[in-house]
Design a protein around this ligand. Sequence first.
Ligand code: DQQ
Length: 533
Amino acid sequence: NAMFAWQRTAYHFQPEKNWMNDPDGPLFYKGWYHLFYQYNPDSAVWGNITWGHAVSTDLIHWLYLPIAMVPDHWYDINGVWTGSATLLPSGQIVMLYTGSTNASVQVQNLAYPANLSDPLLLDWVKYSGNPVLTPPPGIGLKDFRDPTTGWTGPDGSWRITIGSKSNKTGFSLVYQTTNFTSYELLKGVLHAVPGTGMWECVDFYPVSINGSKGLDTSVNGPGTKHVLKASLDDTKVDHYALGTYDPVADKWTPDNPKEDVGIGLRYDYGRYYASKTFYDQNKDRRILWGWINETDTETDDLEKGWASVQTVPRSVLFDEKTGTNLLQWPVDEIESLRLNSSEFKDVVVGPGSVLPLDIGAATQLDIFAEFETEFISNETTEEYGCSGGAIDRSNMGPFGILVLADAELSELTPVFFRPVYTKNDSLETYFCADETRSSRAPDVFKRVYGSTIPVLDNEKLRMRILVDHSIVESFGQGGRRVITSRIYPTQAIYGAARIFLFNNATGVNVKATLRIWELNSAFIHPFPFDKQN
Ligand code: DQQ
């Protein structure tokens, strides 16, 4: 539908048409990055779930391949649901996924490539002994899904973990296997958190305490921490926590019980769900994919003929400086899309002002901005966070950038910092994105997203924003906090889109330094099979 053509993204992954949700089984094999995804080939709403498939050599340009798996057996006839890949030392690839059976029971199935010499991994074989796992005693028949990538324990055998719940307690079960066809349920659980509900799409992986490399999933020991992530079905947000994994007891313990899974940190404070990492052995890094869900109505999605986008893949590292969070950062390959850039140095934005930044086209951008503040009055500040949005004024903020704004500011999406002094006089900074004025379209869910963000002594406030027509991904302080917005501009589109600096503080001047690149469109098309021969 041409009416919504401007909402299509230019360098985010999305199918040509119809519905997409969770990323599945990402892996790197024989020169190709593979992305599978929950896909409805028939409609722009969820249902009839298959595994869509695309490949890339650089995580930016993608070629769509034929659907990898469809519901065609009793054990997955109601959907080929989410799963993960494990690369075995033998070179074999194991894909474990959840099937919704003919009775809508959630079971785990095994699939593998028909032909390992095919770098495109076009054909998948479902194991004849499927399902390999059914819900164990005490587990609800519909509370058992989304197996992780396997890792090896000290005994050399494999472990996988699968999210579930009991009453309101979310947890993850651990299974042991040597062959991925038969499994033993280990006693206890990897971890449980009361009140968090069903854990979907659990992810579990090591990060290096110092160093800039990602770790393969089986690495453990000194110098590592383990990340446990759950996608909370009740609230539809992805929570992670840092902790320690005891591979003998198969238990994970959070570093800080107050920041446990489901009650502490989030990967992304915006529109984001069902994420999954994989270890990229090609470049020694761990890469995170996440699903950006729609916030318009199903009717709109049906009319436009597609729904959902994946985030730009992000590398994930432990933040050595704070020791309390991960750093997420768009993969370096995104820089290959950079065209011309504009620079602005020490631009002073006075209290209550909005300054246009003349950069030309503003729908596909990679923005780096640094802010310093200079007090001009010293009123007491109220203890507000993001919730008041970009219009809520106080002594020290908010200030930041308006993206996807039209010249009249009838549509705009502010991404901003808001420093506040708390009651006990310590400085706390919020990092926020305000969607409330992002669209004049009716029936669009719009809200203000954000959280506090760690800012260390002598650090400037820094943000990086990726703008892509209807998606805004904002990274604060080098990726300590991330906010993704799915917005629906109707005016701030194509050549009418602009960006501005703004300062709504009453008591500080803001000095901004920016470098802004225009980004090219990525090449995302069907694989040119016929041109091959
Ligand atoms: N989506 C899949 C499930 C998963 C949910 C079904 C999360 O496997 O739990 O499409 O979005």
